[in-house]
Design a protein around this ligand. Structure first.
Ligand code: AOF
Ligand code: ZN
Length: 363
């Protein structure tokens, strides 16, 4: 009972790091002695103290003989921060209760083993599902090398993302659009195709208070990104990556001068090979990507098995139009049985709109 209570407290603390810790996981820690909480902490942002050291630093009394509740297995390696296992051993903590294992090859069970070898009582797997769920993106990236990827789109009840003229501003209400900005805070990067940029000249930043901007990625096979676009103009302040197959050093130099990072990617069907791009992004420690358009990019990312999650915003309107666009292009499923299945769907109401979020079922 108490185990769950304190682990839930640690989980709530961990969530305060949402959007700030990438490529690190969100982690929360609570130190309990004689039935009282004597210290709390969470990993606040990348390169800052780990949750366990935060909680120890905040202790109101000696942590000797206390119990530490931590949502993720304590680390045992030297990275940006020293090993948490050392801090735990020095503190005299006698029991450590862990939410879930850290699959980072540098840790992966070794953190728990070190603690046990020093006579600390360790229990693992308290609220394990929730602790894993919280760090879905980190866990996916650290195990596969590829960023965790979500596809987001807004459509009408009849499945259109634009009217017959091509105009799409706006499908959903401002309340739903604000929620999308929260996703931009949560995900490490946001990705669009060059056609979205040429059509809308977007900023792709996060316009809410106390949030961070995602790294912006444009898939731009032939390097058509305008130098005077809002994206390029703001590239010195908010990171911008142009993913291209165009290896033209003069042109690339111009973009780089403007602060854009140009990634040369392999080509597939005369376009940027998204799988190669995602591999490179993973290597750059970009652990999550939100795809925000358009239909061609969505289709290739799905076809290549790069998408794990879908956020579908639905507005109660009908556009109609045989040629009006729908969220996912490409050839699509030939037979109903060729479909991609989405599991664990949750439906949320946002004002007059709806959000259905679900996970792609892997084959
Ligand atoms: C913990 N507590 O709060 C976090 C952990 O480069 P560093 O030193 O920040 O280490 C990053 C790795 O440590 C990260 O990949 C993950 O395995 C673990 N994160 N571990 O004990 C924490 N954030
Ligand atoms: Zn640590």
């Amino acid at each position: 009972m108490d185990d769950q209570k304190y682990m839930r407290m640690a989980l709530d603390l961990a969530k305060k790091g949402r959007g700030w810790t990438s490529p690190n996981p969100m982690v929360g820690a609570v130190i309990v002695k004689d039935g009282k909480v004597i210290g709390k902490g969470w990993h606040q942002k990348y390169r800052s103290l780990h949750a366990e050291r935060e909680a120890l630093a905040n202790c109101r009394q000696s942590a000797k003989d206390a119990t530490l509740y931590v949502t993720l297995e304590p680390c045992c390696h030297h990275g940006n921060q020293p090993p948490c296992t050392e801090a735990i051993l020095e503190s005299g903590i006698k029991e450590v209760v862990v939410g879930c294992l850290d699959p980072n090859p540098l840790v992966a069970g070794k953190g728990i083993e070190i603690l046990k070898n020093h006579g600390i009582l360790v229990r693992n797997g308290i609220l394990e599902q929730e602790c894993r769920q919280l760090n879905q993106a980190f866990l996916y990236w650290i195990q596969t090398g590829y960023p965790y990827c979500a596809l987001k789109y807004a459509m009408t009840l009849d499945g259109k993302i634009a009217a017959a003229s091509g105009e799409s501003k706006w499908i959903t209400s401002s309340k739903a659009r604000n929620q999308v900005h929260l996703l931009r805070h949560e995900y490490a990067a946001i990705l669009v195709g060059i056609n979205t940029v040429l059509k809308d000249d977007p900023m792709l930043n996060c316009r809410l208070e106390n949030t961070k901007d995602p790294i912006r990625i444009v898939v731009d096979t032939h390097l058509r990104l305008p130098l005077d676009s809002q994206l390029v103009q703001s590239a010195k302040n908010i990171p911008l990556i142009a993913a291209t197959c165009q290896n033209d050093s003069t042109k690339i130099a111009e973009y780089e001068k403007a602060g854009v990072t140009v990634l040369i990617c392999q080509s597939k069907d005369n376009q940027v090979d998204l799988k190669d791009l995602f591999y490179q992004l993973g290597q750059m420690k970009i652990n999550s990507v939100l795809i925000e358009g358009g239909p061609a990019i969505a289709a290739s990312a799905l076809d290549q098995g790069l998408v794990q999650k879908v956020y579908t915003y639905i507005s109660p309107k009908l556009f109609g139009g045989t040629h009006s666009k729908s969220p996912i292009g490409g050839q699509g499923a030939w037979y109903p049985s060729d479909c991609i299945k989405v599991k664990g769907c949750k439906v949320h109401t946002i004002g007059a709109d709806f959000l259905i979020e679900g996970e792609i079922e892997s084959n």
